[in-house]
Design a protein around this ligand. Structure first.
Ligand code: A2R
Length: 320
């Protein structure tokens, strides 16, 4: 019998890749979307997915969603996912990210003996301020969040811990570091650079790339590796535990930019700093240790990040 998986936020960047992966594993895939959700990421999968309309902030809609899908696995991806937006909408970010998850957990709690295995999606942003002697970051590191988004993810993470402790729900918590690839929203830096380069190549904008903080260093993994890791955790992660997903190598944003410029078909593209792209406090370095997930479920990334960047650039070239 095919395993039934419910993916909240299936229309999003990660959701669409996870849906592809789950279908390839032979799973029956259910997903939540909103009436206004853009479906371009999943249009190619439409006839293989069961879609249920649901705003996760509404408890009765969440009851309906879970009843319809009757899942054995839930991957709760839906969120206000963008750090930069969270500075402008802190209340909405905290509300959406915490209330959506508590609605799901309250819905599965009464039948806890046969409750679905639940993946709570945190983020490396939860670590926030990290000192040099704490690198690479293990799951035991202190959480010192530096943005409203990060606080919302700490809330989701600790809520997962509390529901596991209080009710024994099979909740596995994740803290993925940056993940990129085709379909990434253009508000995220790698995708944004790729889109700008593709538009310059197409003659749609002058040969100048607008940039923010190029010094920040991030641990990047391909989204296709991340969803494979999520699936391994669904199958055999330890409930109550938390897992980093990362590559263990940090790229400066400057290196990402250099890669895009070198790969561009236009020579001599200039860069210009845009103050609107700088944040009130930015995490300088995020570099993770993926030893725990590797020991537990045998996962490690397989796709080189230069391929991720090249595929992202091609994605924007096709769309431009
Ligand atoms: O905003 P929509 O309608 O396009 O749908 C987004 C969905 N979403 C919601 N779904 C139901 N009720 C809500 N109140 C609600 N708010 C947002 O979450 C979309 O389908 C998904 C977010 O997709 P992306 O922004 O592309 O996020 P991404 O990169 O796939 O991140 C997945 C997870 C998130 O928890 C992030 O915080 C984490 O990975 O890094």
């Amino acid at each position: 019998m095919a395993v039934r998986v419910l993916i909240t936020g299936v229309t999003g960047f990660v959701g669409s890749h996870l849906a592809e992966y789950a279908l390839a594993q032979g799973a029956e895939v259910w997903g939540s979307c909103r009436w206004r959700s853009k479906t371009e990421n999943i249009d190619h999968l439409r006839d293989q997915l069961h879609l249920v309309e649901c705003d996760l902030r509404d408890l009765s809609s969440v009851h309906h969603l879970v009843e319809q899908a009757s899942p054995e696995y839930i991957v709760h991806l839906a969120a206000q996912s963008f750090v930069a937006s969270s500075w402008h909408t802190p209340a909405e970010t905290l509300y959406t990210n915490s209330i959506s998850q508590v609605n799901l957990l309250e819905t599965i709690r009464p039948g806890k003996t046969d409750a679905p295995r639940f993946l709570a999606i945190g983020s490396s942003e939860e670590y926030g301020k990290v000192f040099d002697d704490e690198l690479p970051i293990k799951e035991t590191n202190a959480l010192r969040p530096l943005s409203p988004y990060a606080v919302s993810k700490v809330t989701q993470d600790l809520m997962g811990y509390q529901y596991f402790q209080s009710y024994g729900l099979p909740i596995i918590r994740t803290r993925a570091f940056n993940h990129e690839g085709p379909r990434r929203g253009d508000v995220f830096v790698t995708s944004n650079f790729a889109r700008q380069v593709a538009e310059i190549e197409a003659g749609k904008r002058p040969p100048v790339i607008h940039v923010g903080n190029l010094k920040a260093r991030r641990d990047y993994t391909d989204v296709r590796d991340i969803v494979r890791g999520y699936w391994r955790l669904l199958e055999s992660g330890e409930p109550g535990e938390v897992y980093n997903l990362c590559s263990g190598r940090a790229w400066a944003i400057q290196e990402v930019l250099d890669f895009m410029l070198t790969g561009s078909r236009v020579r001599g593209i200039a860069t210009k700093e845009d103050p609107a792209r700088l944040r009130p406090s930015d995490v300088p370095v995020l570099l993770g240790d993926a030893g725990k997930i590797e020991r537990t479920v045998g996962w490690r990334p397989a796709i080189d990040f230069s391929k991720t960047l090249a595929d992202t650039l091609d994605y924007w070239r096709e769309r431009t």
